[in-house]
Write a protein that binds this ligand. Structure first.
Ligand code: B12
Ligand code: SF4
Ligand code: SF4
Length: 268
């Protein structure tokens, strides 16, 4: 993680398959099982709708009230046994089901996530300013990233795990053994130069089916340029010279900023 040549991709994006597809496939299996379980005369009228980030529902709220866990101060859903490294999916159904009891809040007096957030995106317990969150900035934000937030991004090139990494409830969290979530070694601490020099064709081939497509090649290279600026590694200067002349404005502007950062770092 501290290698100045390398960046950080959030864990959820290390796999080959996008979690939206993998989780939705499983929800469809549960839907089918539900249908088989209801009496034949009810099957016609049974309504089910599955969502993985695709419907107008805040999934962690429904997870909380259905007993899966509590919403931590970092705004993630935490299960007492599995921690927060989990994906959520929702099935809305017309079937009357007995709910589980909501899980009690077990954050207690802990505030580690709030203190650890490098861009102060967690304004207070359960209060996230998305505009400051590295996950939003590196994945969803198009164009240039506000200058005052770039230093806080550190080596992140896609997503952020910090407020979950520091959470004590993740200390014993199990590691998934499902083949669709198996980590691709090249995406764990990827070389920044590899990302910055990636052609459009390479980007499409490497990230086919991956959640990383969402930030597009432009966003990923922009993020890599910013991470180089935060690396303290002057060996990136020749590559940043090239990127500063890139036809993509957000890449060239980020590269010019990164060059200034590296130059200032060695002067002081
Ligand atoms: C938009 C979004 C983001 C945004 C905003 C995050 C946020 N915390 O809201 C950004 C891009 C920043 C983001 C980042 C991340 N995300 Co995200 N994100 C979503 C998404 C698609 C929608 C959430 C949303 O609409 N938030 C905006 C508003 C509505 O949130 P809010 O104001 O806090 O809402 C409150 C009130 O409106 C009220 N409320 C709303 N509806 C209802 C209904 C009822 C009945 C009641 C009583 C109250 C109520 O309670 C809400 C919660 O306090 C969900 C999937 C989904 N559909 O739920 C995934 C989701 C929350 N993200 C997820 C993940 C994994 C992440 C990241 C870890 C990814 C990464 N590694 O980079 C980070 C974590 C950042 C963080 N600390 O939260 C997972 C979380 C899993 C978990 N264990 O909780 C989800 C559930 C996706 C999934 N399907 O698994 N994400
Ligand atoms: S994901 Fe990163 S930037 Fe966003 S709130 Fe958590 S620690 Fe802060
Ligand atoms: S780090 Fe502490 S305060 Fe934050 S979610 Fe985890 S237990 Fe709750």
């Amino acid at each position: 993680m501290n290698d100045p040549d390398r960046g950080w991709i959030a864990r959820y994006a290390w796999s080959r398959e996008d979690y939206h597809d993998a989780v939705l496939r499983r929800l469809k299996q549960v839907e089918a099982t539900l249908r088989q379980a209801v009496p034949a005369e009810l099957q016609q009228s049974l309504i089910t709708r599955s969502y993985v980030d695709t419907g107008p529902v805040v999934e962690r709220v429904y997870a909380k009230y259905s007993g899966v866990g509590w919403i931590g101060k970092n705004t993630c859903l935490i299960n007492q046994k599995k921690g927060s490294w989990l994906f959520l999916g929702v099935i809305l159904t017309s079937l009357e089901l007995a709910p589980d009891m909501p899980a009690p809040d077990r954050c207690g007096t802990c505030t580690r996530c709030i203190e650890a957030c490098p861009t102060d995106a967690l304004l207070g317990p359960h209060q996230l300013d998305s505009n400051r969150c590295i996950s939003y900035l590196t994945i969803e934000k198009r164009g240039s990233i506000p200058e005052d937030l770039r230093a806080g991004m550190g080596s992140h090139v896609f997503g952020c795990d910090i407020c979950q990494d520091v959470c004590p409830w993740n200390r014993k969290a199990p590691i998934s053994t499902m083949p669709e979530f198996e980590a691709r070694p090249e995406l764990v601490n990827p070389a920044l130069a590899w990302i910055a020099e990636m052609s459009g064709e390479e980007f499409r081939a490497i990230f086919r089916g991956s959640p990383i497509r969402r930030t597009k090649r432009s966003g990923l290279r922009r993020n890599a340029a910013i991470a180089m600026g935060n690396s303290g590694n002057r060996q990136f200067l020749p590559l940043l010279d090239q990127l500063a002349a890139d036809e993509d404005e957000s890449v060239s502007q980020s590269a010019r900023w990164a060059k200034t950062q590296l130059t200032m770092a060695t002067e002081s």
